[in-house]
Ligand binder design. Structure first.
Ligand code: CUA
Length: 333
């Protein structure tokens, strides 16, 4: 009985020590959303469980090694023990109720995290290989960076052009896949002004690791002045509009304008040049060719770029936007 008592005290002491240590080394990034608070409560429960289990096992093990080691002159066998029903019941029932309790906590947190705020700001998110595009429903502003006003829930309506991607800002904790042909939803209420990054959390091809976009959480005033500045910068010049569209839609991630080869062919001197295709034929890169390459990229694949990885933009770009991008490519002749 004396040994149980000593081990119990050691386990409790070691548990608190370990929990303090694990909490203090900063395992988790900054907490920057209301949803993060709920997720971190769950993490805290798990850190407690980890601390208890680790202490229970290690303290008992080390204590036994030291106190019950074979003493000088001892030569007999240890006691022969056949089962212990009470212990078996105990170590089955404790984890059983623990798992039920964790399921209850998980369901409760999920409910809180997915709570709908009717004043939420809707942002449509489109992901593709390999870019993020954000479209603000109320103002029609499109951007490749995500600006969010602090303290207001944002309702991300998300879809993918090609393969599965996953929206993840570690400081917001929550994560959601973007699936082609479906719209998935993620709600976040940022509550800390700062600069973060959305990173893709689903392996999606060659440039998966670089599929990042900046996320700025700013004051409501700063947010509205940013929206106003974005809305007023729509140029009268199709070439300038095309250049902006190429950035916003991720074109420039794969197509250089400097002549260097990227994931896709360069746009420098492309217009009206002779392009060799993978099937051995040659075409002139006129406006029709460029339009088809944007809308049905699988049909004419440039030599050296087979198999095609370019997403189909026919559901993303408006006809006028395609013409603007073509105007931009023409200007790079
Ligand atoms: Cu998109 Cu990984």
């Amino acid at each position: 009985m004396k040994h149980f008592f000593i081990i119990a005290i050691l386990v409790v002491a070691f548990t608190f020590l370990l929990h303090t240590g694990l909490t203090d080394i900063g395992l988790l990034p900054k907490q920057a959303s209301l949803q993060a608070v709920e997720i971190d409560k769950l993490f805290n429960v798990h850190i407690w469980l980890i601390s208890v289990l680790f202490s229970l096992i290690i303290v008992t093990l080390v204590y036994s090694l030291i106190v019950f080691r074979r003493k000088k002159g001892e030569s007999g066998d240890g006691a022969y023990i056949v089962g212990n029903n009470r212990l078996e019941i105990l170590w089955t029932m404790i984890p059983f109720f623990l798992v039920l309790y964790l399921a209850y906590l998980g369901a409760q947190s999920l409910g809180i995290i997915r709570q709908v705020d009717t004043t939420a700001m809707v942002v449509h998110v489109t992901a593709g290989q390999w870019f993020w595009k954000f479209e603000y429903q109320d103002s029609g502003v499109t951007s490749s960076t995500l600006y969010l006003p602090v303290g207001r829930q944002v309702d991300l309506q998300m879809t993918s052009l090609d393969v599965i991607h996953s929206f993840w800002v570690p400081e917001f904790r929550v994560k959601q896949d973007l699936v082609p042909g479906q719209t998935t939803e993620l709600r976040i209420t940022p509550d800390l002004i700062g600069t973060y990054h959305v990173r893709c959390a689903e392996l999606c091809g060659t440039r998966h690791a670089y599929m990042e976009a900046p996320v700025y959480v700013v004051s409501p005033q700063d947010f509205y002045s940013w929206i106003a500045s974005q809305a007023s910068t729509v140029s009268q010049d199709p070439v300038q509009r095309g250049q902006l569209l190429a950035q916003q839609n991720g074109c420039s991630n794969c197509h250089s304008v400097s002549g260097s080869a990227g994931i896709g062919p360069t746009w420098q001197h492309l217009y009206e040049s002779q392009v060799s295709l993978a099937d051995g034929s040659t075409v002139t890169a006129d406006a029709d060719y460029l339009r088809n390459s944007i809308m049905t990229p699988n049909l004419q694949i440039v030599k050296g770029y087979y198999p095609n990885v370019m997403p189909d933009f026919s559901s993303v770009l408006k006809q006028t936007e395609v013409e603007d991008i073509i105007a931009y490519i023409q200007s790079l002749k």
